[in-house]
Design a protein around this ligand. Structure first.
Ligand SMILES: C[S@@+](CC[C@H](N)C(=O)[O-])C[C@H]1O[C@@H](n2cnc3c(N)ncnc32)[C@H](O)[C@@H]1O
Length: 231
């Protein structure tokens, strides 16, 4: 009898874990497969209070990810009039802070997840009312939305979806320089435990011909911020 109950319990636990997995991690799809619930997140970033609308099925919908927060506080931002990209924008925190601080720059937001992009649009409207004209949202995988467009960026910013595997991210690092201007910067954040050191070693060993410098510019709370600058 106990044995049967144990079996039932572990089935329930497995179902619960699967459910949690779905809710927390399966955000990197075009149409997430979880019921929509709306949340709100508020966060002080660069000495300004931002409000974000979020929904289930997107990354870190209950609170701003700590890696994203560390990244925003320490990312380098080029002068006004630059062309910037928040790649894999989620609900838009990185790009919104960039657009808030540099209202004369143009900030693109892209994500594969349609729900994330919907939230980013709402959040731009709410947080950047006078600056909306300089923001552009595009849905699609990585640089696909820019195919047949001759846009080159001064800066690409990212908290990458590393749960999809390091290889996919390293392939992206190889692709990014084609989309950057000369001396353009690709900045991103990696959790130490998700292989920051491996990524640093891989980049310096394999991509030093693609980038002029490959630097870790800041480390805090187990997060490493990278800045790769093109030639
Ligand atoms: C770690 S989350 C970061 C989200 C947001 N930038 C933040 O910091 O809160 C990674 C984001 O990349 C998006 N993503 C995953 N695969 C993608 C792809 N192939 N193309 C574009 N975005 C993708 C996910 O939907 C997710 O929003």
């Amino acid at each position: 009898m106990e044995h049967i109950l144990d079996g039932m319990k572990s089935k329930k636990i497995k179902e619960k874990l699967n459910d949690m997995e779905k809710k927390n991690q399966h955000y990197s799809t075009q149409f997430p497969d979880v019921r929509v619930r709306v949340y709100s997140v508020s966060e002080s970033l660069k000495h300004h209070l931002f409000f974000f609308k979020t929904v289930t099925g997107i990354f870190s919908f209950k609170q701003l990810d700590l890696g994203t927060k560390v990244f925003i506080e320490h990312m380098k931002i080029p002068e006004q009039g630059s062309i910037l990209l928040d790649l894999g924008c989620g609900y838009g925190a990185i790009g919104i802070v960039l657009a808030y601080l540099k209202p004369k720059s143009t900030v693109y937001f892209t994500d594969i997840n349609k729900r994330a992009l919907w939230c980013a649009k709402e959040n731009i409207r709410f947080n950047l009312s006078e600056r909306i004209g300089k923001t552009i949202l595009l849905q699609g995988s990585y640089f696909k939305p820019f195919e047949n467009k001759s846009i080159k960026f001064d800066g690409v910013y990212m908290n990458p979806p590393l749960r999809k595997g390091r290889q996919e991210f390293l392939k992206l690092c190889e692709d990014v320089p084609r989309h950057l201007k000369s001396k353009g910067q690709f900045q991103f954040v990696i959790k130490r435990k998700m292989g920051a050191e491996y990524i640093q070693n891989y980049l310096t060993t394999h991509f030093s011909d693609l980038y002029e410098t490959i630097e870790v510019t800041f480390k805090r709370s187990g997060y490493w911020i990278f800045c790769l600058t093109t030639k």
